[in-house]
Write a protein that binds this ligand. Structure first.
Ligand code: DP6
Length: 358
C-alpha cells in the first residue's frame, strides 16, 4: 500500500537549488485525539483548511558528501526547534534518502505569532514536507497528485494534523469504512462543499497565548487507557459521516451541532483522562455563553470550535461577517489577550511558491 511512496530516482540529482513552499494551518471539525505508533490515528478526522495562518518554508540545498542541516526562523537560529526537525528527518529517511546527500538550510516563517496558542506544527511540517517532495519530484518525475499524497504522508510523520493541511477546502485523514479512499497514512481532499460553506469564516479569538500546559503528544497518549475511548472513537466515526453529509447538503444547524459537540467532547476527554486537565480558560467559557445567546437572539448561524487550548475559533458564513465582527468588537474582545484576534477563511491548501535548481 505504501509502494507509491518509495523513492525511485530516474533523473540526476540537482547540484544545488532553492525551493519555497507555503502551507496553512487547519482547524478540525471532527477531532483527532488518540494515536498509535507511528502516528496512526485512532479515529478519522476532518478539518477546514485555513488561508491567512500559514508557514512559509524555504530550503536551500547543495550536494555534499556530509549531510548537515541548519534551521532558522526568519533568519535567526532557533536551537529549540533543531531536535524536532532532526527527529523528523530521521523518521522520514527511509522514504526520502536523497535529503541526506545534501547540506540543507531550512528557513521558516509563520504569519501568526509564535506564542499565539495556534499550533505551528501543522503548517510547519506540511510546508517543509512539500518543499522536500518538490525536490523529489525533480529527481523522480512523480505526478503532482503523488507529490501531494507523499507530502501529506510525510507531514503526518511530523504531526498528525499536518497531514490535512496539504488540501483544501476540507481534508479527511484516517480510514473510515464508508468513505472511499480514506487512509490512516495520509489525508485526502474533500471538495464536495455546499454553497453555504464557500468562503466560510474562521475568526480565532486569542484568549490565552501562553504555551500549552499539556502537549498534544501527551494528550493523545492519555486516550490509551481512557475510560471513554471506545465510545469516543466510535462517536468520531459516526460524526465524520454526518459531517460529510452536512458539508454536502449545507444544513447549518446540523453543522453547528456536530462541530460544537466535537469541540466540547475533545475537552471532555481531557477532563476525564488520568491525569485530568483543563485547557479552557474562563474567557473560553464566557465566550461560548455569549455565542449561544447571540445565536439565539440574532438567528445568525455562528458557532465555535476549539483545539487543544483556550482559544476559540468562531465559524460562520461569509454573509454574516460584519455582524459577527461587530459582535466580537462589542462583546468578545474583552476576553482576548491584548484584544487580539485573527480573521481567517477556508482555503485551498499548500503550494510551491518557487523552485530553482543548478
Ligand atoms: C486537538 O496533530 O498536534 O488539534 O500528531 O502529536 O503532532 P501530533 O498531534 P497534533 O494533534 C492535534 C489535535 C487537535 C485535533 C485535530 O487537529 O484534529
Amino acid at each position: 500500500m505504501l509502494d507509491q511512496f518509495i523513492y525511485k530516482p530516474i533523473h540526476p540529482l540537482p547540484e544545488s537549488g532553492e525551493i519555497s513552499a507555503k502551507s496553512p494551518s487547519n482547524i478540525a471539525l471532527v477531532k483527532y485525539w488518540g494515536k498509535k505508533p507511528i502516528q496512526i490515528p485512532t479515529n478519522p478526522s476532518i478539518s477546514f483548511t485555513l488561508t491567512n495562518c500559514f508557514t512559509k518554508t524555504t530550503i536551500s540545498f547543495k550536494k555534499s558528501k556530509n549531510f548537515s542541516f541548519n534551521f532558522t526562523l526568519k533568519g535567526l537560529e532557533k536551537p529549540s526547534f533543531v531536535s524536532k526537525i532532526e527527529f523528523f528527518l530521521e523518521r522520514i529517511k527511509e522514504w526520502c534518502p536523497y535529503i541526506f546527500l545534501y547540506q540543507i538550510e531550512i528557513d521558516t516563517e509563520n504569519t501568526f505569532p509564535h506564542s499565539s496558542g495556534i499550533a505551528s506544527s501543522a503548517s510547519g511540517f506540511s510546508a517543509l514536507a512539500l518543499a522536500l517532495v518538490e525536490l523529489e519530484q525533480k529527481i523522480t518525475g512523480m505526478s503532482n497528485e503523488n507529490k501531494y499524497l507523499k507530502a501529506s504522508f510525510l507531514s503526518r510523520l511530523g504531526s498528525g494534523s499536518a497531514s490535512r493541511s496539504l488540501y483544501g477546502p476540507t481534508a479527511i485523514w484516517g480510514q473510515h469504512k464508508n468513505i472511499p479512499s480514506t487512509s490512516d497514512q495520509y489525508a485526502i481532499a474533500y471538495n464536495d462543499l455546499h454553497e453555504n460553506f464557500k468562503n466560510y469564516q474562521d475568526t480565532i479569538l486569542l484568549i490565552d497565548k501562553g504555551t500549552k500546559k499539556v502537549s498534544s503528544t501527551i494528550g493523545h497518549e492519555l486516550m490509551h487507557n481512557h475510560p471513554f475511548s471506545k465510545q469516543r472513537f466510535s462517536q468520531a466515526n459516526s460524526n465524520l459521516e454526518s459531517m460529510i453529509n452536512v458539508l454536502k447538503n449545507g444544513d447549518l444547524d446540523e453543522f453547528i451541532s456536530i462541530s460544537e459537540s466535537e469541540a466540547l467532547t475533545l475537552h471532555a476527554m481531557m477532563m476525564t483522562s488520568n491525569p485530568y486537565f483543563i485547557l479552557m480558560k474562563q474567557g473560553t467559557l464566557s465566550t461560548i455563553e455569549k455565542i449561544w445567546s447571540f445565536r439565539g437572539e440574532s438567528k445568525i448561524p455562528l458557532s465555535f470550535t476549539l483545539d487543544a487550548g483556550a482559544n476559540v475559533h468562531l465559524l460562520y458564513p461569509l454573509a454574516y461577517k460584519q455582524q459577527v465582527l461587530d459582535f466580537i468588537g462589542s462583546e468578545l474582545i474583552v476576553f482576548c489577550q491584548n484584544q487580539q484576534y485573527i480573521c481567517d477563511v477556508v482555503g485551498t491548501g499548500a503550494n510551491i511558491i518557487s523552485a530553482s535548481y543548478a
